[in-house]
Write a protein that binds this ligand. Sequence first.
Ligand SMILES: NC(=O)C1=CN([C@@H]2O[C@H](COP(=O)(O)OP(=O)(O)OC[C@H]3O[C@@H](n4cnc5c(N)ncnc54)[C@H](OP(=O)(O)O)[C@@H]3O)[C@@H](O)[C@H]2O)[C@@H](O)CC1
Ligand SMILES: Nc1ncnc2c1ncn2[C@@H]1O[C@H](COP(=O)(O)OP(=O)(O)O)[C@@H](O)[C@H]1O
Ligand SMILES: [K+]
Length: 464
Amino acid sequence: MPGDQILTVAQVREAEQALIDAGSSIDALMQIAGRGAADWIWRMAGRHKVTVLCGPGNNGGDGYVIAEAIRERGGHVVVVAAAQPGTDAAKNARKAFASEVLGPDADVSGHVFVDCLFGSGLTRPLTHDHAELVKRLAATHHRAVAVDLPSGVQSDSGMLLNDDLPRYDFTIALGAWKFAHFLMPAAARVGELRLVPIGIEPVEGAARTVVRPRVHEPPADAHKYTRGLLAVVAGKMPGAAILASMAARGAGAGYVRLFADRMDNVPVDVVVDTGILSEVLSDDRNRAILVGPGLGRDGEARERLAIALADPVTAVVDADALVLLTPRGLAERAASTIATPHEGELVALERAFDLDGSGTRPERALALARASGMVIVAKGPDTVIAAPDGRLACARSATSWLSTAGTGDVLAGVIASRAASGVPAFEAACEGVWLHGSAARLCPPAFTASALAERIPAALAACL
Ligand SMILES: NC(=O)C1=CN([C@@H]2O[C@H](COP(=O)(O)OP(=O)(O)OC[C@H]3O[C@@H](n4cnc5c(N)ncnc54)[C@H](OP(=O)(O)O)[C@@H]3O)[C@@H](O)[C@H]2O)[C@@H](O)CC1
Ligand SMILES: Nc1ncnc2c1ncn2[C@@H]1O[C@H](COP(=O)(O)OP(=O)(O)O)[C@@H](O)[C@H]1O
Ligand SMILES: [K+]
């Protein structure tokens, strides 16, 4: 899968050790990382004053390298040391910084505050003094930049170990992305993200970022069925299924057929079938099925879900269907299943599959994927996608304007459409999440779910 890798602290340490075993050194890596970060900070600050806050570990070491790189270019830089450097590499970087270092009580202000207090080595909350120092410096500078991670953020979970930590304009990740760059609540504080590569090799089994998919124009001899027939099963509230169908129409499938009892006011390009569900689904031209949006939770809904899951094509299961889903209902599945739970539905599924819901969001999504055999799209401001075989992907929030009714139906429709187009389940989920986020960015503020659905083809256009 394409996309940059996202590493846990343990994976970073192992990867770093591999580089050292191959002949590099921490000092050399710190130079690459620090100077790479300094390039970004230089662009932001120019000749305005930069204050670098350095901690005791290698994150602090990066700070001295950054400060020295800016000083060498003729920039105006001040270092505040919150503690004396404790690692050999940080001590060396401190020695190489050819200017004055101020103590934590110094009264400084300036244009850019660079937080190099703690990075991935943070093991406990910041002390009161450290937390106050970070807040004070963020308040006395126009812009705040976190190096690798904002201090006080737990790298693997995205949890904030202190209250009231500052919001950063920019976070410069070193070597690889960390989960905290994508997971809430940290993701809301990191600002714009940049990555400075330091030569870390691909790590087996690493999570990946969700990136723009590559989509091809249909072949010259394509017709609607070769492009993919998607069956959308409606229920009690047909509006949600119509919305999903409209989104699906724009995401690549050649034919979207909506199964419903009776339906009025359906857009002309959505075909409604009012026949018998098992017969509609027995059409062997069906490539994927979507069930759940507006399905309801009564006996009839249960029956429709059972019929849908008996169909041997990729199924996207969303909304009400997630609440009705049981391990037994999946036992006979002969094709891939993609579930798209929000947090509440995720908890319901965890209960249904006898999971305790412990761990970080990616760990929870993976545990559920493994236990259920489904691809899990744990959606929210920090959407995580997990496959039963252990693949994991994280998406950066596109815009919080997505927090409006019906956008989940649009997501389900887009993912189902990608699956109907022949894209394998995990990739279809990642592509759907990307297209959904990209369409949201193309919308004006306060958009509606149907406006979002209308922007899906424009998002797709950017992938050709
Ligand atoms: N990976 C790479 O390839 C590269 C990584 N690089 C950089 O290294 C960074 C990781 O460095 P790091 O491991 O030294 O951790 P860092 O965050 O600086 O300090 C943690 C130290 O402080 C301590 N400590 C922890 N929490 C504390 C607290 N609340 N209050 C007080 N003390 C606390 C803790 O020691 P402890 O007291 O727990 O024994 C630990 O020693 C990484 O983020 C990146 O910037 C680049 O330089 C080069 C390439
Ligand atoms: N604050 C947010 N920031 C970014 N995306 C969000 C936010 N809130 C919701 N979303 C996205 O919007 C969609 C909401 O889906 P869902 O909760 O199922 O809503 P609905 O049931 O109304 O369709 C998901 O794709 C989710 O990732
Ligand atoms: K930091």
